[in-house]
Design a protein around this ligand. Sequence first.
Ligand SMILES: Cc1cc2nc3c(=O)[nH]c(=O)nc-3n(C[C@H](O)[C@H](O)[C@H](O)COP(=O)(O)O)c2cc1C
Length: 166
Amino acid sequence: MILPAIQERRSVREYETKEVPQALIWEIIQAAQYAPTGMNNRAVEYVVLRGAETKKRLFEILEPKQPFIKEAPAIIIPVTDTRKTIVATADLAIASSFIMTQTTALGLGTVWKHIDPDKAHEVGKFLGLPPEYILINALPVGYPKKKMPDHQEKEFSENKIHQEKW
Ligand SMILES: Cc1cc2nc3c(=O)[nH]c(=O)nc-3n(C[C@H](O)[C@H](O)[C@H](O)COP(=O)(O)O)c2cc1C
Protein backbone atom coordinates (compact mmCIF):
# COMPACT_ATOMS: atom_id res chain seq x y z
CA MET A 1 0.00 0.00 0.00
CA ILE A 2 1.89 3.03 -1.22
CA LEU A 3 -1.00 5.53 -1.02
CA PRO A 4 -0.59 6.19 2.75
CA ALA A 5 3.11 6.95 2.21
CA ILE A 6 2.19 9.34 -0.60
CA GLN A 7 -0.39 11.06 1.62
CA GLU A 8 2.23 11.37 4.35
CA ARG A 9 4.69 13.23 2.13
CA ARG A 10 4.82 16.93 2.95
CA SER A 11 7.32 19.63 2.13
CA VAL A 12 9.66 19.81 5.10
CA ARG A 13 11.53 23.09 5.54
CA GLU A 14 12.85 22.66 9.10
CA TYR A 15 15.21 19.86 10.08
CA GLU A 16 16.86 18.42 13.17
CA THR A 17 20.65 18.73 13.16
CA LYS A 18 20.94 14.92 13.59
CA GLU A 19 22.94 13.36 10.75
CA VAL A 20 21.24 11.03 8.30
CA PRO A 21 23.16 7.73 7.98
CA GLN A 22 24.79 7.31 4.58
CA ALA A 23 22.96 3.98 4.14
CA LEU A 24 19.63 5.83 4.15
CA ILE A 25 20.83 8.39 1.59
CA TRP A 26 21.95 5.45 -0.57
CA GLU A 27 18.56 3.78 -0.15
CA ILE A 28 16.81 6.98 -1.25
CA ILE A 29 19.02 7.20 -4.32
CA GLN A 30 18.48 3.50 -4.96
CA ALA A 31 14.73 4.19 -5.17
CA ALA A 32 15.39 7.05 -7.59
CA GLN A 33 17.46 4.78 -9.80
CA TYR A 34 14.42 2.51 -10.25
CA ALA A 35 12.46 5.44 -11.67
CA PRO A 36 11.65 5.32 -15.37
CA THR A 37 13.71 7.38 -17.81
CA GLY A 38 12.95 8.30 -21.41
CA MET A 39 13.88 5.41 -23.71
CA ASN A 40 15.49 3.86 -20.64
CA ASN A 41 18.43 6.29 -20.92
CA ARG A 42 19.37 5.84 -17.23
CA ALA A 43 21.49 8.98 -17.40
CA VAL A 44 20.41 10.56 -14.11
CA GLU A 45 23.20 10.89 -11.53
CA TYR A 46 23.16 12.36 -8.05
CA VAL A 47 25.40 14.86 -6.30
CA VAL A 48 25.20 14.56 -2.51
CA LEU A 49 26.26 17.52 -0.37
CA ARG A 50 26.92 17.07 3.34
CA GLY A 51 29.68 19.56 4.08
CA ALA A 52 28.72 22.81 5.82
CA GLU A 53 30.77 24.87 3.36
CA THR A 54 29.27 23.34 0.22
CA LYS A 55 25.71 23.65 1.56
CA LYS A 56 26.39 27.29 2.51
CA ARG A 57 27.75 28.03 -0.97
CA LEU A 58 24.64 26.47 -2.55
CA PHE A 59 22.44 28.51 -0.20
CA GLU A 60 24.26 31.69 -1.28
CA ILE A 61 23.71 31.00 -4.98
CA LEU A 62 20.02 30.17 -4.77
CA GLU A 63 17.13 32.64 -4.78
CA PRO A 64 14.94 32.90 -2.85
CA LYS A 65 17.35 32.09 -0.07
CA GLN A 66 15.72 29.36 1.98
CA PRO A 67 17.74 28.46 5.10
CA PHE A 68 16.93 24.73 4.95
CA ILE A 69 19.48 24.50 2.15
CA LYS A 70 22.31 25.08 4.62
CA GLU A 71 20.55 23.59 7.66
CA ALA A 72 19.51 20.16 6.33
CA PRO A 73 22.09 17.44 7.05
CA ALA A 74 22.22 16.38 3.40
CA ILE A 75 21.24 17.70 -0.01
CA ILE A 76 20.66 15.53 -3.06
CA ILE A 77 20.91 17.16 -6.48
CA PRO A 78 19.78 14.98 -9.40
CA VAL A 79 21.66 15.82 -12.60
CA THR A 80 21.51 14.40 -16.10
CA ASP A 81 23.52 14.35 -19.29
CA THR A 82 21.65 16.14 -22.09
CA ARG A 83 23.65 14.13 -24.66
CA LYS A 84 21.94 10.98 -23.43
CA THR A 85 18.33 12.10 -23.06
CA ILE A 86 15.82 14.18 -24.99
CA VAL A 87 13.52 14.44 -21.95
CA ALA A 88 15.96 15.68 -19.32
CA THR A 89 13.49 17.65 -17.21
CA ALA A 90 11.00 14.78 -17.12
CA ASP A 91 13.75 12.31 -16.14
CA LEU A 92 14.92 14.59 -13.32
CA ALA A 93 11.38 15.26 -12.11
CA ILE A 94 10.38 11.62 -11.85
CA ALA A 95 13.65 10.70 -10.12
CA SER A 96 12.93 13.54 -7.67
CA SER A 97 9.46 12.21 -7.10
CA PHE A 98 10.83 8.78 -6.18
CA ILE A 99 13.35 10.51 -3.88
CA MET A 100 10.54 12.35 -2.09
CA THR A 101 8.45 9.19 -1.66
CA GLN A 102 11.31 7.02 -0.38
CA THR A 103 12.54 9.78 1.94
CA THR A 104 9.07 9.96 3.50
CA ALA A 105 8.83 6.17 3.79
CA LEU A 106 12.07 6.22 5.82
CA GLY A 107 10.61 8.74 8.30
CA LEU A 108 12.73 11.52 6.86
CA GLY A 109 11.70 14.79 5.28
CA THR A 110 12.48 16.60 2.06
CA VAL A 111 11.22 19.41 -0.16
CA TRP A 112 11.64 20.24 -3.83
CA LYS A 113 13.81 23.36 -3.94
CA HIS A 114 13.40 24.81 -7.41
CA ILE A 115 16.52 26.03 -9.20
CA ASP A 116 16.05 28.47 -12.11
CA PRO A 117 18.02 27.65 -15.28
CA ASP A 118 20.37 30.64 -14.84
CA LYS A 119 21.09 29.64 -11.24
CA ALA A 120 21.37 26.01 -12.32
CA HIS A 121 24.26 27.00 -14.56
CA GLU A 122 26.04 28.62 -11.62
CA VAL A 123 25.33 25.64 -9.37
CA GLY A 124 26.64 23.29 -12.08
CA LYS A 125 29.89 25.27 -12.27
CA PHE A 126 30.26 25.23 -8.50
CA LEU A 127 29.68 21.46 -8.42
CA GLY A 128 32.19 20.94 -11.23
CA LEU A 129 29.56 19.41 -13.54
CA PRO A 130 30.48 18.95 -17.19
CA PRO A 131 28.67 21.64 -19.26
CA GLU A 132 26.35 19.07 -20.90
CA TYR A 133 24.73 18.23 -17.56
CA ILE A 134 21.63 19.99 -16.28
CA LEU A 135 19.77 20.14 -12.99
CA ILE A 136 16.39 21.54 -12.00
CA ASN A 137 16.24 21.28 -8.22
CA ALA A 138 17.87 20.38 -4.94
CA LEU A 139 16.34 18.01 -2.38
CA PRO A 140 17.38 18.43 1.26
CA VAL A 141 17.09 15.31 3.40
CA GLY A 142 16.83 15.28 7.17
CA TYR A 143 14.74 14.43 10.20
CA PRO A 144 11.74 16.78 10.28
CA LYS A 145 11.59 19.17 13.24
CA LYS A 146 7.84 18.69 13.38
CA LYS A 147 5.37 16.25 11.93
CA MET A 148 3.10 17.92 9.42
CA PRO A 149 -0.44 16.69 8.81
CA ASP A 150 -0.83 14.07 6.10
CA HIS A 151 -2.68 14.92 2.92
CA GLN A 152 -6.36 14.26 3.46
CA GLU A 153 -8.97 12.33 1.53
CA LYS A 154 -10.86 15.62 0.99
CA GLU A 155 -8.00 16.94 -1.18
CA PHE A 156 -8.86 14.30 -3.74
CA SER A 157 -11.16 15.90 -6.30
CA GLU A 158 -13.19 13.79 -8.68
CA ASN A 159 -13.98 17.03 -10.56
CA LYS A 160 -10.43 17.03 -11.91
CA ILE A 161 -10.93 13.70 -13.64
CA HIS A 162 -12.29 13.89 -17.19
CA GLN A 163 -13.43 10.63 -18.71
CA GLU A 164 -13.02 10.11 -22.45
CA LYS A 165 -13.34 13.89 -23.11
CA TRP A 166 -12.55 17.12 -21.18
C1 LIG B 1 8.17 22.11 -9.26
C2 LIG B 1 8.13 22.47 -7.80
C3 LIG B 1 8.91 23.52 -7.35
C4 LIG B 1 8.92 23.83 -5.98
N1 LIG B 1 9.79 24.80 -5.53
C5 LIG B 1 9.87 25.04 -4.21
C6 LIG B 1 10.85 25.94 -3.71
O1 LIG B 1 11.68 26.49 -4.43
N2 LIG B 1 10.89 26.14 -2.37
C7 LIG B 1 10.02 25.53 -1.52
O2 LIG B 1 10.10 25.78 -0.32
N3 LIG B 1 9.09 24.66 -1.95
C8 LIG B 1 9.00 24.38 -3.27
N4 LIG B 1 8.11 23.45 -3.73
C9 LIG B 1 7.23 22.75 -2.78
C10 LIG B 1 5.77 23.23 -2.90
O3 LIG B 1 5.64 24.54 -2.40
C11 LIG B 1 4.88 22.23 -2.12
O4 LIG B 1 4.97 20.97 -2.72
C12 LIG B 1 3.43 22.67 -2.07
O5 LIG B 1 3.29 23.85 -1.31
C13 LIG B 1 2.52 21.59 -1.46
O6 LIG B 1 2.92 21.23 -0.16
P1 LIG B 1 3.32 19.74 0.20
O7 LIG B 1 4.56 19.41 -0.59
O8 LIG B 1 3.57 19.74 1.68
O9 LIG B 1 2.20 18.81 -0.21
C14 LIG B 1 8.09 23.11 -5.07
C15 LIG B 1 7.31 22.06 -5.55
C16 LIG B 1 7.35 21.72 -6.89
C17 LIG B 1 6.55 20.52 -7.37
